[in-house]
Design a binder for this molecule. Structure first.
Ligand SMILES: C[S@@+](CC[C@H](N)C(=O)[O-])C[C@H]1O[C@@H](n2cnc3c(N)ncnc32)[C@H](O)[C@@H]1O
Length: 379
């Protein structure tokens, strides 16, 4: 079995176990990047470097740059740990659930030790619908760090361990989605981002068939109570590995003008739209719905053009992966210029809901495509 496992690929696991353990190992180039960032922080040999969900040990390649430090490796997956042990025998290994009994003593780390936590924790939102039938929610978690997402729980555990630096990979959605950011408060309020880069989750081995989402690899530094606020995140310019820069403040968002989730208001005529989460969910899901379900949102008639825009966005937008967890962007100042066009297009494609509707003209479709392209094209 050990031969089937490589430090960057969890081939010893089947699809279901890989999802449950979140075992998508880190590509070597991001470990290399983290080593450069740590070098620029002037890390000396007194620092302890720990990966508490180390898998096959990809991050222990840091040893090439920091050969005299103490390394600690922990994981719940025994086979992965054996592989790590073979490749990186200098590491002190522990096999345990990283989310219970979270304290320095558990890993033999002393109160005053300088601690860098590195790695790529499992991310597994137990409430998200993707691969839901495969997910198990049976890992024991200390109540003060329990959240619905193992990755956010991992960040809280790093804060609880009072790490001085945290160099980890995690979904960008933990920072940009307000509900996630709030769940991660105990971490984010005490850490600030010193370095980062955003890349496509499809860079992880065994993910080519999944929709790509943005992952950030970031070096966080402890700055008690002077960490990140959501206001900081709104104004933050993220950079991608391909050289793009983007920020939440670049655009307006349709979600600020409509209801995203089912609510109790009812209107005449009754028009129903599928629940909105983010761009990736819109691309996977439905828009206008004929039959009411638990996911139906009642459309306020005055706001119909915004919902028609979402329908057009799903149809025409070729969205870069790094916007995948954003709400659908638009420009409220210029929206009137395509309001009639998006209505005509959506009505034509949903005649079962809106009745007979003429085919939109080529010019109307071009105007909408251009409007959307201008919003989602990054230099
Ligand atoms: C995304 S992989 C990362 C592995 C390695 N750190 C890397 O960067 O390649 C996540 C790892 O978390 C481990 N894991 C999942 N649940 C865990 C838990 N409750 N406690 C400790 N490790 C866990 C998995 O076995 C897997 O090896």
């Amino acid at each position: 079995m050990l031969n089937a496992i490589n430090i960057h690929m969890s081939n010893h696991l089947d699809f279901q176990d890989r999802i449950n353990l979140g075992s998508y190992y880190t590509p070597a180039k991001y470990v290399h990047l983290v080593s450069q960032w740590l070098e620029s922080e002037k890390i000396d040999s007194k620092w302890i470097i720990a990966d508490l969900s180390c898998g096959g040990g990809a991050f222990f390649d840091l040893h090439n740059v920091f050969p005299d430090n103490i390394y600690i490796g922990n994981d719940i997956d025994e086979i992965a740990l054996k592989c790590a042990q073979q490749n990186f025998p200098f590491v002190h290994y522990i096999k345990s659930n990283a989310f219970t009994n979270v304290c320095r003593e558990h890993y033999g780390i002393k109160f005053h030790d300088k601690l860098i936590i590195v790695g790529n924790p499992p991310y597994n939102d137990t409430t998200s619908i993707i691969n839901n039938s495969l997910k198990k929610d049976n890992v024991k978690i200390d109540t003060d760090i329990k959240t619905r997402d193992l990755g956010i729980t991992a960040l809280l555990s790093y804060a609880k361990l009072n790490a001085d630096y945290v160099a980890v990979l995690h979904p960008l959605s933990y920072l940009i989605k307000p509900a996630n950011f709030k769940l991660g408060q105990k971490f984010f309020k005490n850490y600030k981002i010193k370095q980062h880069i955003v890349f496509n989750s499809q860079e992880f081995a065994n993910t080519s068939k999944m929709t790509g989402f943005p992952v950030i690899v970031a070096l966080y530094e402890k700055t008690i109570f002077e960490g990140l606020s959501y206001e900081n995140i709104k104004n933050f310019t993220f950079k991608t590995i391909e050289g793009f820069s983007f920020s939440l403040k670049d655009n307006d968002y349709i979600s600020d003008f409509i209801e995203k989730y089912p609510h109790e208001h009812r209107y005449t005529p009754e028009i129903l739209f599928y629940t909105q989460r983010d761009i990736n969910a819109l691309k996977r899901g439905k828009t206008f719905m004929q039959e009411r379900t638990a996911a139906s949102v009642d459309v306020e008639p005055q706001k119909l053009p915004f919902y028609c825009y979402l329908d057009c966005f799903k149809r025409y937008a070729d969205v870069p992966y790094f916007l995948g967890n954003f709400n659908v962007p638009f420009n409220k100042k210029t929206f009137d210029s395509i309001k009639d066009d998006v209505m005509a297009i959506a009505k034509y494609f949903h005649q079962n809901i809106f009745g007979n509707s003429p085919q939109p003209t080529v010019q109307q479709i071009d105007r909408v495509r251009n409007y959307i392209n201008n919003i989602i094209t990054y230099p």
